[in-house]
Design a protein around this ligand. Structure first.
Ligand code: C2E
Ligand code: CA
Ligand code: CA
Ligand code: CA
Length: 281
């Protein structure tokens, strides 16, 4: 038993060492990708109420760095947050999105379009953030009402007055604000009124639960979120729509917008642009 115990410790240390090596490799890769400009954006179409027309797109970060590619943004964005690397990334994504938006406005004038940009919840604790974004807005002269900033719901749970202040400043610049992954953070419904929020993005897990035969609690939550949105006059985006069943369920509940593999995967700019072109009147 003693021997096994010792082996377990060795194994644990190996695992731990591997874990820390991978972490520091990812952090180095992030630093490299930031300074060598190795990021790109993909566009995930957001579809209108009838799921027939593109109402906008969420931009998602991608990179040609092999290590970062292999772990994905779900893993490297939190590491960027822990290591003071997130603000340069967020600002890069915002600036790049503004450039693409300029192009969309030029080539598809009069088109109703909203570009949705993910920003880290940490920016709410960064008092310089609003002025940095303002500088980019002035530089590219894009209409802020065509831009929605997505922040995950969990950042709102311990929201301080300073955090709300940053949100108010962004809102005052004309941006729309969305609560991302809504339903996972257990925001008290009445608390929603304290935030200048326009949109709730229903987390994929709740949409996914629509598949299951037994109408469980999560399926009921979709119904609750949609009626809540009606009361508070918030727009709803359903994320992760993968089946026709989910789409028809949501559309019966009068959902406003849809996103998911059923309708489209995230696209490179050229493919997204062509998709918009096919919709040109
Ligand atoms: P998120 O904001 O919730 O983004 C949605 C994620 O779900 C994306 O993964 C997208 O590809 C994926 N997805 C969309 N529709 C479906 C579907 O129907 N089925 C399935 N299975 N997945 C779907 P991705 O691109 O790997 O992004 C993961 C997370 O990384 C994002 O979650 C967001 O929190 C973060 N992230 C991505 N891009 C950025 C960025 O530019 N800046 C910041 N700060 N965070 C980002
Ligand atoms: Ca998002
Ligand atoms: Ca989400
Ligand atoms: Ca997410």
């Amino acid at each position: 038993a003693k021997k096994r115990g010792k082996n377990q410790i060795v194994l644990f240390n190996d695992e731990l060492a591997k874990h820390f090596n991978q972490r520091s490799a990812i952090i180095n890769a992030l630093k490299g990708a930031i300074s060598n400009n190795e990021f790109t954006l993909h566009f995930m179409p957001i579809w209108d109420k009838k799921a027939t027309r593109i109402a906008g797109a969420e931009v998602l970060i991608r990179t040609k760095n092999k290590l970062l590619q292999s772990v994905g943004p779900d893993k490297y964005i939190p590491l960027a947050e822990e290591n003071n690397l997130i603000t340069p990334i967020d600002l890069w994504v915002i600036e790049e999105s503004f450039k693409y938006l300029t192009c969309i406005i030029k080539d598809f004038p009069d088109r109703k379009f909203v570009i949705a940009i993910n920003i880290s919840g940490l920016e709410l604790t960064n008092s310089k953030f609003p002025s940095q974004v303002k500088r980019l807005l002035d530089k590219y002269q894009v209409p802020s009402e065509m831009i929605e900033l997505e922040i995950t719901e969990t950042c709102f749970i311990n929201c301080t007055q300073d955090n709300v202040e940053v949100l108010n400043e962004l809102k005052a610049m004309g941006f729309k604000l969305a609560l991302d992954d809504f339903g996972t953070g257990y925001t008290a419904f009445n608390q929603l009124l304290n935030f200048p929020v326009d949109t709730l993005k229903i987390d994929r897990s709740f949409v996914n639960a629509i598949n299951q035969d037994t109408p469980g609690k999560q399926k009921n939550l979709v119904d609750v979120i949609l009626s809540l949105a009606e009361i508070y006059q918030l727009k709803i985006v359903a994320e992760g729509v993968e089946t026709h069943q989910q789409l028809s369920y949501l559309s019966a509940l009068n959902c406003d917008f849809y996103q998911g593999y059923l309708l489209s995967k995230p696209l490179i700019w050229l493919k997204f642009y062509h998709l918009l072109e096919t919709e040109k009147i």
